[in-house]
Design a protein around this ligand. Structure first.
Ligand SMILES: NC(=O)c1ccc[n+]([C@@H]2O[C@H](COP(=O)([O-])OP(=O)(O)OC[C@H]3O[C@@H](n4cnc5c(N)ncnc54)[C@H](OP(=O)(O)O)[C@@H]3O)[C@@H](O)[C@H]2O)c1
Length: 272
């Protein structure tokens, strides 16, 4: 059986569809008939509810959003998977994850470190930013950020689902990290222009200093210290470190990563 946590998320929904016919079990917090496959109710906040679903030889897709209990919950589920004799965990992390790093990178860094020591065979996906999260950054025709003018990579989460499906349905390979990326990296000014072209109205990218972006995020209700850390993180990822692309998607899935045009054609309405 392939047990899929985060099944109602961006990657999870696409993955459930890809794994049709491969004995998938979606893990959800509330009934999810719309997933179109078998599901079980469980919650990372009660890790044993997920542990109970695991049997020897299962493959586990380990993913969820981030919340303050993330590290403890993911560590507990990894331990329960080890005790259950799970054959492999394919986990979603993030580029530059490391214990002590900012925000989600630090949380993922701690969870990744625990997985590496768990004894369970693993594949850790460390992707760049998700194209699917961009619609929430565009408000009234404007996208604010402190990325500067450097190119930043984004990946379509459907490609991450394809990568995970390839790993989960082939024989368990050696433990390793994968750094999947999307197609050519673009500056945020270019990304805004591409979105504008796709939806037929002008979208502007406005670059702010870290202090200005912090204040902007606070006005939107993001509390400190997260607002400041997020603004600094944007400035850091805009230093060119998230620009290089890899061939991971093509190597594992046999197709090139989806382009900005592919994403925008299918998600135009999300920017309305
Ligand atoms: N956004 C980015 O640009 C980016 C870049 C790199 C890496 N990542 C990483 O990608 C992951 C998110 O992936 P995604 O976009 O596919 O997910 P998503 O769309 O954010 O959805 C989060 C999923 O996690 C589930 N979840 C959250 N808390 C849970 C809990 N306590 N128990 C059970 N399920 C829980 C949610 O279930 P409900 O539907 O019940 O809420 C949902 O299925 C995060 O770890 C993030 O750090 C994100």
């Amino acid at each position: 059986m392939i047990v899929i946590t985060g099944a109602t998320g961006n990657i999870g929904r696409a993955l459930v569809r890809r794994l049709h016919g491969h004995d998938p079990l979606a893990v959800v917090r509330r009934p999810a008939e719309d997933l179109g496959g078998p599901y079980a109710m469980a919650d990372f906040d009660e890790p044993e509810t997920i542990g109970r679903l695991l049997s020897p030889g299962d493959r586990l897709f380990l993913n969820s959003g981030i919340w303050p209990g993330f590290v403890g919950a993911h560590r507990a589920v990894i331990d329960l998977a080890a005790a259950a004799g799970v054959a492999q965990i394919v986990a979603v992390s993030v580029r530059d994850a490391a214990p002590g790093a900012r925000l989600g990178m630090g949380l993922h860094g701690q969870a990744d470190a625990h997985l590496r020591k768990s004894g369970v065979p693993y594949a850790i996906l460390q992707p760049t930013g998700f194209m699917q999260t961009l619609p929430r950054d565009v408000r009234d025709g404007t996208m604010y950020g402190s990325y500067g003018s450097a190119a930043v990579n984004y990946i379509d989460t459907r490609d991450l689902a394809d990568v995970a499906a390839a790993l989960l349905t082939s024989p368990v390979g050696p433990d390793r990290e994968y750094l999947p990326t999307g197609p050519a990296s673009l500056s945020h000014e270019r990304i805004a222009a591409e979105i504008g072209r796709a939806i037929g109205r002008e979208i502007r990218y406005v670059n702010l200093s870290v202090a200005e972006m912090t204040a902007h995020l606070e006005r939107q209700g993001v509390p400190q210290p997260f607002a400041g850390e997020l603004a600094e993180l944007q400035a850091e990822t805009g230093n060119g470190g998230w620009a290089p692309t890899t061939t991971v998607v093509a190597e594992l899935t046999g197709h090139e990563p989806r382009t900005w045009q592919d994403f925008l054609t299918d998600h135009k309405d999300a920017f309305a």
